[in-house]
Design a protein around this ligand. Structure first.
Ligand code: CAA
Length: 286
């Protein structure tokens, strides 16, 4: 297994692969980011052990299966590489061109993109039939789903091999065509934008919007809490891609969301979003 990118998603993907028994190489652009990513994996494994989800002995075994690198050249032996680099089409396409050069001809290349059409990356390689989308959900070790994206060029065999692999991670697989938003974000992004519009219009308080969906429809967290969790910048980025693609007002980002991103109120990662975590505010919980 190879994983490109050791951020929030890449480190989670490497963790679930290593926990499932796969020798996993993970690459970051420099050793500082790599060390931080590997630390994230260790911390998540510690949580899994403390929650009784992973036997103590398995923690070291899983860590022992992960090898960090700063060079894509170390992916030469991988059967499958999942790219979880920054959500930028140039960066991703360049990564696929390089992977195509270093990986064995039969290796499958996947992207964890949440929004960029897979055909863009597939077409940059000489193995467009062996490229697909594998969109994991955040937090990767906890969420039981992977959304697969079949590009125009993806072969039946690639999809089948990838499906069997995903099931060995203990995840449920759904398959979408290669259209912006796929299945999950096509439904989730208008819902999140609507919650922001509701707050912007002063229709209800942030707590009542969150509690309404949490207790009224059994969502694990309300939409504004989820926005803080996913990142307002990530949500805005996906909303803009969806709006560009479909020109449908359902996907138009609310002004409040855009302004909060400009102000760096990105959610948990910057200490402030719809809730101010720096000041110790806690979103409503069950
Ligand atoms: N490894 C394994 N299991 C872990 C773990 C880890 N590192 N950390 C936590 N867990 C387990 C816990 O033991 C617990 O299991 P049980 O329910 O069996 O007790 C479970 O995961 C939940 O953990 P917590 O008790 O710590 O937290 P919680 O109950 O408050 O749930 C949450 C936290 C899972 C984040 C939950 O609030 C949730 O599901 N929120 C919604 C998340 C969501 O919607 N994600 C998708 C975002 S959209 C996306 O990702 C796509 C995109 O492109 C934007």
């Amino acid at each position: 297994m190879g994983v490109v990118g050791c951020g929030l998603m890449g480190s989670g993907i490497a963790e679930v692969c290593a926990r499932a028994g796969y020798a996993t190489v993970i690459r970051e652009v420099n050793s500082d980011l790599l060390a931080r990513g590997l630390e994230r994996v260790r911390a998540s494994l510690d949580t899994a052990v403390s929650r009784g989800k992973l036997p103590e002995a398995e923690r070291e075994a899983a860590l022992g299966r992960i090898k960090g690198t700063t060079s894509l050249a170390d992916f030469g032996d991988c059967e499958l590489v999942i790219e979880a680099a920054t959500e930028n089409v140039e960066v991703k396409t360049r990564t696929f061109v390089e992977l195509d050069q270093v990986c064995a001809p039969h290796a499958i290349l996947a992207s964890n993109t949440s929004s960029i059409p897979i055909v863009r990356m597939a077409s940059a390689t000489h193995r467009a039939d062996r490229v697909l989308g594998m969109h994991f959900m955040n937090p990767v070790p906890v969420m039981p789903l992977i959304e697969y994206v079949r590009a125009l060029t993806t072969s039946d065999e690639t999809l089948e091999v990838a499906r069997r692999f995903g099931e060995t991670l203990g995840k449920r697989i759904i398959v979408s065509k290669d259209r912006a938003g796929f299945i999950v974000n096509f439904l989730l992004i208008p819902y999140l934008c609507e919650a922001v519009r509701m707050l912007e219009q002063g229709f209800a308080t942030r707590e009542d919007i969150d509690v309404g969906m949490m207790l009224g429809t059994s969502y694990p967290m309300g939409p504004l809490t989820l926005l803080d969790f996913v990142g307002l910048d990530t949500t805005l980025f996906i909303a803009d891609i969806l709006f560009d693609e479909f020109k449908d007002p359902r996907f138009a980002a609310p002004t409040l969301l855009r302004q909060m991103v400009i102000a760096n109120y990105l959610g948990r990662k910057t200490g402030r979003g719809f809730y101010n975590y720096e000041r110790g505010e806690k979103p409503p919980s069950r």
